[in-house]
Write a protein that binds this ligand. Sequence first.
Ligand SMILES: Nc1ncnc2c1ncn2[C@@H]1O[C@H](COP(=O)(O)OP(=O)(O)OP(=O)(O)O)[C@@H](O)[C@H]1O
Ligand SMILES: [Mg+2]
Length: 237
Amino acid sequence: MTTTIIDANVTKRFGKKKVLEDVTLTLTNNEIFGLLGPSGSGKTTLVKILCGIDVPTEGHVSVFGKKMPDLELIKRIGYMAQADALYHELTAKENLVFFASISGVKRNKRAERIQQVMKLVDLESDLNTKVETFSGGMKRRLSLAIALLHEPDILVLDEPTVGIDPALRNKIWDTFEILKESGVLIVVTTHVMDEAERCSRLGMVRDGQLIAIGTPDEIKTKTEASTIEQAFLSYGG
Ligand SMILES: Nc1ncnc2c1ncn2[C@@H]1O[C@H](COP(=O)(O)OP(=O)(O)OP(=O)(O)O)[C@@H](O)[C@H]1O
Ligand SMILES: [Mg+2]
């Protein structure tokens, strides 16, 4: 059954600058919604507002029918920021244990969940390594593992696969598809066109406006493009 999970209409200003203008979105379970747009177009600002980390200047966001921000709802969201928020002086495992405790993973489930998410991002053998020695891609993968830890109903991922090689990226996207099939809503920003092709729907953002929305096929048809990359460019991406 398809149900609405996020319903939003937002305008956001930083000082005098309008960064998002009247962006309207209705997102459902069982979908991977991809946000595409040039650097600075407002993708990060939008996803932060959707998951209650920031608030709109005008408009509203509701999640599961409740107005955001809402502390209870935040627990049902897994957010992976564009910039990694990890404790570098701690090991991967210590980071995971900390985030598991604040995101409400039951104590007796923690060890098992940590193993599962670290297997998924292919970091099982680095559990006891300090994060300060991790490469950029390894930090990205650990951040993704943390976002998945508490089995959220909504995953908001801001450029999750930057610095991750194509084979592992594919495997991670296979997992996104499995999660989607289980009813999870995934909102993902990306600059990677083969990832865009794997989204259920795409929103194209330019200068703070949502200028197109639809399935990858609909967007290609509308722009008479044969690839998402061409469609993106024809929208001035
Ligand atoms: N806290 C802030 N204060 C002032 N301006 C901001 C702030 N955060 C973002 N902006 C501005 O808002 C605009 C949109 O930024 P945002 O980070 O949402 O873009 P983006 O689409 O995520 O870009 P990228 O693809 O580079 O990550 C930019 O012009 C940016 O400078
Ligand atoms: Mg961004």
